[in-house]
Design a protein around this ligand. Structure first.
Ligand code: SF4
Ligand code: SF4
Length: 425
């Protein structure tokens, strides 16, 4: 079984002693039951693929794609089996063996690799929403007659803003007060297109905390969606381009407000290149400088307090790619507690996956919605007015879940509340 994702398959698979501990915490297994829906069962399928006892098939792919890559099983495994990475590598093998559906290929290789198209896509999505077509589809229930996945996507999509983030922030934003650091802001695709206000607030907060902020213009998608679909070749190409663009920017640190982007830049890139190559060395260098924005504020700059009160009760949802992939849990809470006027309320199971997992919420909408129900129950139990989280796809999923419940709670990034305390609105 040949894969290019750097992982010793046979060695990793051998570590599993089939104890079943991972079954208890897997959100997908909790909903579906059945051994093949459990992490242990999926590992057994990958092992059978590796030994040749199973041939690549659509059915097998379906089992391996019905997984959030949330890392819960990997973190909980007493034997240290990195199941999610094994599943990523197996998806690469299956994508090679079975080929990619045309639409998926077009999205991953045609759209996500070309940031220039994102602005046009944003205008088109906005036109769909503002023309009234979205409202008509919803009110007349015609939306229910769309193909299942199109309906899910239409329901999940937030109101698309007029201008993407990249057009709202300057290429270089000076530090306010004394300049302590020059940082590169890695503006990810989802923040850029769907939550451009987060980009503005991140840049403002960094600037206010002594950073000259370079919003690097020629970066591409981080490659996380490609890895999730087994398209490791395209992810590697994107990594090469991002490594070059970020090195050219010559900053002290690379900052991201998206948990998936910082996890990919800071950890996954190292698995994409052969050990000992200059590219892997560059990926390792990059890993030392990549920070999630909350972690950066807490560990590097310190947080300049705002002048204005932000009267709100706030709870926090831990994105999987921040809490489990980067062990960043306390720092976003510290940012929230530093905002004057905020009353922080911890929710139960704050680090349980919300069911989003990029496109999982579209491709496996029913399972995703069930996982989301429990998360929204936990949010509502805190009776908070605001839910903060550090990932745009979690934001989209939580907003969808709250809308469906008729809740008025707002979903924001932690730095947005800090930015409000600076601006007073
Ligand atoms: S992956 Fe880990 S927790 Fe799960 S069955 Fe194997 S050894 Fe046990
Ligand atoms: S990564 Fe998450 S969804 Fe996938 S098998 Fe592990 S616990 Fe289950």
């Amino acid at each position: 079984m040949e894969v290019t994702y750097q992982l010793d398959f046979a060695q990793e698979l051998k570590k599993c002693v089939r104890c079943g501990k991972c079954r208890t915490s897997c959100p997908v297994f909790h909903e579906l039951r059945g051994e093949s829906a459990s992490p242990r069962g999926r590992l057994a399928l990958v092992k059978a693929l590796q030994t040749g006892d199973l041939e690549p098939s659509e059915e097998l792919a379906d089992r391996l794609y019905t997984c959030l890559l949330c890392k819960t099983c990997a973190v909980d495994c007493p034997s240290g089996v990195i199941s999610d990475e094994i599943f990523v590598a197996a998806r690469e093998y299956l994508a090679e063996a079975l080929g990619q559906p045309l639409m998926q290929r077009a999205l991953l290789r045609g759209f996500l690799t070309r940031p220039g198209l994102h602005s046009s896509a944003s205008s088109l999505m906005r036109l769909y929403q503002k023309s009234g077509a979205a409202a008509v589809l919803d009110k007349t229930h015609l939306i229910e007659h769309l193909p299942e996945k199109a309906e899910a996507a239409a329901r999940l999509l937030p109101d698309v803003a007029g201008r993407p983030g990249r057009k709202r922030v300057r290429e270089v934003t000076p530090a306010q007060g004394e300049k302590k650091y020059r940082v590169s802001y890695f503006l990810g695709c989802a923040t850029n297109l769907l939550y451009p206000q987060v980009a503005e607030d991140t840049v403002e907060v960094l600037s206010r905390n002594g950073c000259e902020v370079v919003t690097v213009d020629d970066v591409k998608c981080c490659g996380m969606p490609h890895l999730a679909y087994g398209d490791v070749d395209t992810a590697r190409e994107l990594a090469r381009e991002n490594l070059r663009a970020l090195a050219d920017a010559g900053s002290d640190y690379v900052i991201s407000d998206c948990a998936s982007c910082s996890a990919t830049l800071g950890e996954t890139y190292q698995h994409l290149f052969d050990p000992g190559t200059p590219e892997q060395a560059r990926a390792k260098e990059l890993a030392d400088t990549v920070y999630d924005v909350s972690r950066f504020l807490v560990e590097v700059t310190g947080i300049e307090p705002g002048e204005h009160q932000v009267e709100a009760t706030v709870t926090y949802h831990d994105p999987c790619h921040l809490s489990r992939a980067q062990k960043v849990t306390e720092q976003p809470r510290e940012v929230l507690r530093a905002v004057p006027g905020v009353e922080f309320r911890e929710m139960a199971e704050a680090d349980r996956c919300c069911g989003s997992a990029g496109s999982f919420s579209v491709m496996h909408h029913d399972i995703s919605a069930k996982i989301l129900e429990r998360k929204i129950d936990n949010v509502e139990a805190t009776q908070s007015e605001v839910v903060a989280t550090s990932c745009p796809t979690c934001t989209m999923q939580l907003s969808f879940g709250l809308r469906e419940r008729g809740s008025k709670a707002d979903v924001v990034h932690p730095v947005q509340l800090l930015a409000r305390s600076y601006r007073g609105k």
